[in-house]
Design a protein around this ligand. Sequence first.
Ligand code: F6R
Length: 366
Amino acid sequence: EKGGYPHFMLKEIFEQPDCIRDCMRGRINVEANNVVLSAIIDYKEHLLNAKRFIIVACGTSWHAGLIGKHLIESFCRIPVEVEYASEFRYRDPVIDEHDVVIALSQSGETADTLAAVDLAKSRGAFIYGICNAIGSSIPRATYTGSYIHVGPEIGVASTKAFTGQVTVLVMLALTLAKEKGTIGEEQYLTIVKELSHIPEKMKEVLKLNDTLAELSKTFTYAHNFIYLGRGYSYPVALEGALKLKEISYIHAEGYPAAEMKHGPIALIDAEMPVVVIATQNGLYEKVLSNIQEIKARKGKVIAFVTKGDTVISKIADCSIELPETIECLDPLITTVPLQLLAYHIAVCKGMDVDQPRNLAKSVTVE
Ligand code: F6R
């Protein structure tokens, strides 16, 4: 049942190219010049007239929500808030019939997310679900939505559901932006075409498995890790840190790279591994200077860079090259090696990666 893999988590990491294809099937046409999420078209009046979107989620799904905010704000010019469902539901939030709530949940059973949906419904908001488990409670409670279609996720640490959620959020933002007229034709076509190439590029990333397994051996001693990213890579840093802590029990923090100098940089010394997502996008130069700040304090930098990068590879202690893609799709590429890094560190430490201590696959109690 694990398809020859030692753990469900590794199987699910390796399934991602196929899962992303399944997720896009019937939504992106064969010419890769059009994307349609049918629920968006069916409910476009509600969505286009919304004054605000609120994404509610927990854990890894909340990280996908942060990427969703960036996508929807950039392409649709609609303000988006991302809320931890557990905080939102107990805060008497300001919400009414002009708001659209997007509930993001792999299991569709997370108690806090479901309660947030019920609260938003009672205040008259329009509710859209993005879930994986077909027919689960959240899809039943929402007015409409889109499944991510990545197949059952068994490993407690969420992997393919995250990339599936990001893929649906990209398709949602593109479908809506086209309806709203807030995206140029050329940019739209470039993103759709590139999205259709993501599965092949993910396959290339998976070839780094042995390299990452080898690298992981050097980090089993670590008690702490810092993960840094900016822009679309900031939520990826949070997600990389969460993966590491939940399965290896190493304390890890994700930060927006520029926040370092406001406090966390005090933690940096020669013992501190710092994972930096430093691909060639709009904030590359900024991230480069953040890396220099860390090196000046003797931190150990593990940089994930775009193939052919010659600058960061000279200053980082270790740099891993990833296939190039466009900025808004970067999370679909950069998340994968971070999943593998967390997996291999946990395996090296002899941990039970599929069933980490204290965690359950779906959190149906608050
Ligand atoms: C982390 C993880 C959890 C879930 C969270 C929400 O790897 O699996 O953080 O993401 O419990 O679960 P869903 O998406 O099922 O609502």
